[in-house]
Write a protein that binds this ligand. Structure first.
Ligand code: AMP
Length: 216
């Protein structure tokens, strides 16, 4: 049976960090829409060029483009057992499209852990965030790397994402509140939402997420 898990939460809630650990523990693919866009940007593909302006402004890439990208990703062999979706869906149209895509693949969303972090905490979290080219994420205060400026996993140089600049961070939080937060109700109504306190220590958030997923 395939297991599809949607990780929901505002930018800066720790979705990327948690999705990495959870997909590893559950032996599922990790699909991060943001990472796929960044990869395309780095490789200067047509998709990357299209996404760049939206990303730098902290806005969402249009639904049709994003949905087509995820549709293709979900059919790859590493998703045979299912996937942890991190950053997708982000709009009601994307959530409906996901339901349709999974139906075609013979699956459904199994549960939607929602990492809840109040807006005022998010700004400081995002502006202290550093990442490596492979997408491993650190924070100068809350989750520093062992060696300053270097990734613990692959030793790559850490850099600050362009969209983690303060003005863009505020825009991203606003976009989340306006366009993505309606998904909380969407999944609650379907009995799939599992709320987890994202202000706890990273390991505790992981433990709570795994417990929520195990309960189904
Ligand atoms: P993230 O790394 O998830 O914060 O994503 C970084 C940026 O990529 C976002 O601010 C958007 O511009 C774009 N992006 C990622 N996922 C989506 C999505 N599901 N829909 C639209 N745009 C997205």
């Amino acid at each position: 049976m395939t297991t599809y898990i949607v990780l929901l939460g505002p930018p800066g809630a720790g979705k990327g960090t948690q999705a990495e650990v959870i997909s590893d523990r559950l032996k599922l693919a990790h699909i991060s829409s943001g990472d796929i866009f960044r990869e395309n940007l780095k490789n200067e593909t047509d998709l990357g060029k299209l996404a760049q302006g939206y990303m730098n402004r902290g806005e969402l890439v249009p639904d049709d483009v994003t949905i087509a990208m995820i549709r293709e990703r979900l059919t790859r062999p590493d998703c045979a057992q299912g996937a942890v979706l991190d950053g997708f869906p982000r709009t009601p149209a994307q959530a409906t499209a996901l339901d349709g895509m999974l139906k075609e693949l013979g699956g459904t969303v199994r549960c939607v852990p929602y990492i809840n972090v109040p807006s005022e905490v998010l700004v400081s979290r995002l502006s202290g965030r550093w990442t490596c080219q492979q997408g491993h994420v650190y924070h100068v205060v809350f989750n520093p790397p062992q060696v300053a400026g270097k990734c613990d996993v692959d030793g790559l140089e850490l850099y600050q994402r362009e969209d983690d600049q303060p003005a863009t961070v505020e825009r991203r939080i606003r976009v989340y509140l306006e366009q993505t937060s309606p998904l909380i109700e969407y999944y609650r109504e379907r009995g799939l939402l599992r709320e987890v306190d994202g202000t706890q220590a990273i390991d505790q958030v992981t433990a709570d997420l795994l417990a929520a997923i195990q309960k189904g």
